[in-house]
Write a protein that binds this ligand. Structure first.
Ligand code: OOB
Length: 545
């Protein structure tokens, strides 16, 4: 059975309920109430397909019934890896309506990551596209099933598109197609409680394999609603989902869920290119969207060519990685939008610059928390708060920041303070206004333009290569992505070329974005006084590229 409000002490839960943050409603119930309030308004657009709130609600019922027939029940975990199509939204809500729990996988994840998500969550089902970005997801699942060889938890594979010749793979459309047969169903949503687990997000990770983050209906619905409020979303807003829907930023900051909460329209972009996106902005009169920093120059270049009418676009959110101040300055005038910096994390806390903040703050800070009940500490190496303006590690707790990772007791003792603050590993400076400036990181992670790479995870894979005896992955400054990954390798023999390494890691089932961008053979690793690999010294050997 799912745990209620993982980790929040009852006194805090009570406080968040009294403040009205935790509304006591599940996502299944929320969608129903939105559909009753505004049945005829447009909720979702994907290409030529359009869903009113009423239709979305009804199709979610049908899909939930289909998933139930398949055998899914409340509390079951389901790994979801779908590209940016309406099916993601339908499936997500159908799982919510059953009280089942989507485990978010990124489109680029491969056998290693998906297998890890399945194992940690003990997922009973996996939902995948047939093929996407020239990759056959069915073949990956066949391999995974063979790996678990009857001993794992995975029982169902649902395929958006053609399930191929695997007799146990189910076609998503078949679950959606039975509408006439079933009519309206009560898939048992009444059983789910708002304190139940609603979804599992994966963390960027710092040590070893990524951890899962348990988000409840109460906390995640508040996350979306609070973000929608600070972005001023209302019925007339049209949100364009450009980044992957599985990304917390796109789904709930305010993203899809914030937009639906406000009564607006979500438009799904199948890819993040400005060409695709601008056509959708013009056609659907999009008012708000969100990007990671590496996309920004492409969008600015395309806007300069001046062909698309972007007049409807009011707010452009940028987050996931540090946006350079000069780019932030140039962006607003280049596209004719109000820029909003977003510094968030799957673990909870979201900071945003406000739409009416002075420009200087919008250009040079990553915003301030969206909730009055977000608690922030900026601490030095001794764990004590530093004065405003001084750099320190950001610790946080609050109404949508869970108190621990999923099933990770030992790790939680390191990642959280005894009184429940999450140690973000981000180094920030806090200004007197409460705005935070991200100035660095103490976690062993590379932020490749918003894609997080846990150094130790990749190092462990590199060490399985027969020629490599020691490996250290570090971040180097990069013109395009902010950071790129550099593998320092001590080798017994000729060092593998980056392409060979990429193929090797691909063979091991690792997502392509985790392959080192650059390889530097080195005779011996520099060591710290206590004999650990000195990553600061390694980083010091690199020049900006
Ligand atoms: C978002 O979530 P995650 O979980 O992929 O990554 C969180 C980490 C943060 O701890 C920080 O290290 C980095 O990504 N980060 C930023 C940033 N936004 C995130 N670093 C500098 N400047 C920023 N603006 O990335 C995420 C989740 C929700 C909304 C937006 C981003």
């Amino acid at each position: 059975m799912t745990q209620t409000h993982p980790g929040w002490p009852e006194a805090y839960a009570e406080r968040y309920r009294r403040a009205g943050h935790w509304s006591g409603r599940t996502f299944g119930a929320l969608l129903r109430s939105w559909a009753e309030d505004r049945p005829g308004r447009t909720a979702l657009v994907d290409g030529d397909r359009r869903w009113t709130y009423a239709r979305l609600d009804a199709e979610v019922d049908v899909l939930a019934a289909g998933l139930r027939r398949l055998g899914l029940r409340r509390g079951d975990r389901v790994v979801v890896q779908l590209p940016n199509r309406a099916e993601f939204v339908l499936l997500w809500f159908a799982l919510q309506r059953l009280g089942a729990v989507p485990v978010h996988a990124m489109p680029g994840h491969r056998r290693t990551e998906i297998g890890h998500l399945v194992r940690v969550s003990e997922a009973v089902a996996c939902v995948i596209p047939d093929r996407h970005a020239r990759f056959d997801h069915r073949a990956m699942l066949r391999e995974l099933l063979a790996e678990q060889a009857g001993s794992g938890t995975l029982r169902h594979v649902v395929v958006a598109g053609d399930p191929g010749d695997h007799r146990d793979f189910v076609r998503l459309d078949d679950l959606l197609g039975d509408a006439s047969a079933t009519g309206r169903v009560d898939p048992g949503d009444g059983d789910a409680a708002s304190g139940d687990l609603a979804l599992l997000l994966h963390s960027g990770g710092t040590t070893g394999l990524p951890k899962l983050i348990p988000r409840t209906h109460d906390d995640y619905a508040y996350n979306a609603r609070a973000a929608a409020e600070v972005c001023g979303l209302g019925e007339d807003c049209v949100y364009l989902a450009v980044l992957p829907l599985a990304f917390n930023f796109t789904l709930a900051c305010p993203g899809v869920l914030g937009t639906l909460t406000a009564g607006g329209t979500v438009v799904v972009s199948p890819d993040p290119s400005p060409q695709t996106a601008f056509a959708l902005v013009e056609r659907e009169r999009v008012t708000i969207t969100s990007l990671t920093p590496p996309l920004v120059p492409h969008w600015m270049d395309e806007a300069a060519s001046g062909e698309a009418d972007l007049g409807s676009l009011k707010v452009l959110q940028v987050g996931g990685a540090r946006l350079p101040d000069d780019v932030a300055r140039a962006l607003g005038p280049a596209i004719g939008v109000t820029v909003q910096q977003v510094f968030g994390m799957a673990e909870g806390l979201i900071n945003v610059t406000r739409l009416d903040d002075p420009e200087e703050l919008v250009h040079t800070t990553q915003g301030r928390p969206i909730s009055p009940d977000d608690e922030i500490l900026v601490v030095g190496p001794d764990g004590r708060p530093v004065p405003d303006g001084a750099p320190g590690e950001l610790l946080t707790r609050g109404p949508y920041t869970p108190r621990g990772y999923y099933r990770a007791k030992a790790h939680n003792r390191i990642a959280f303070t005894p009184d429940g603050f999450y140690r973000s590993g981000d180094v920030v400076r806090r200004l007197p206004s409460g705005h935070l400036v991200v100035v660095g990181r103490i976690k062993d992670q590379i932020n490749r333009g918003g894609e997080k790479i846990a150094a130790t995870e990749v190092e462990e894979h590199l060490l399985t290569h027969p020629a490599i005896t020691q490996a250290a992955l570090v971040a180097a400054p990069d013109e395009k992505r902010g950071e790129r990954s550099v593998a320092f390798l001590v080798c017994a023999g000729p060092p593998p070329a980056p392409r060979e390494l990429a193929a090797f890691l691909n063979e091991r089932g690792l997502a392509a974005y985790k392959a080192p961008d650059q390889v530097v053979p080195i005779a011996a690793m520099p060591l710290t006084a206590v004999g650990k690999i000195d990553k600061n010294a390694l980083a010091g050997m690199l020049s900006p590229g």
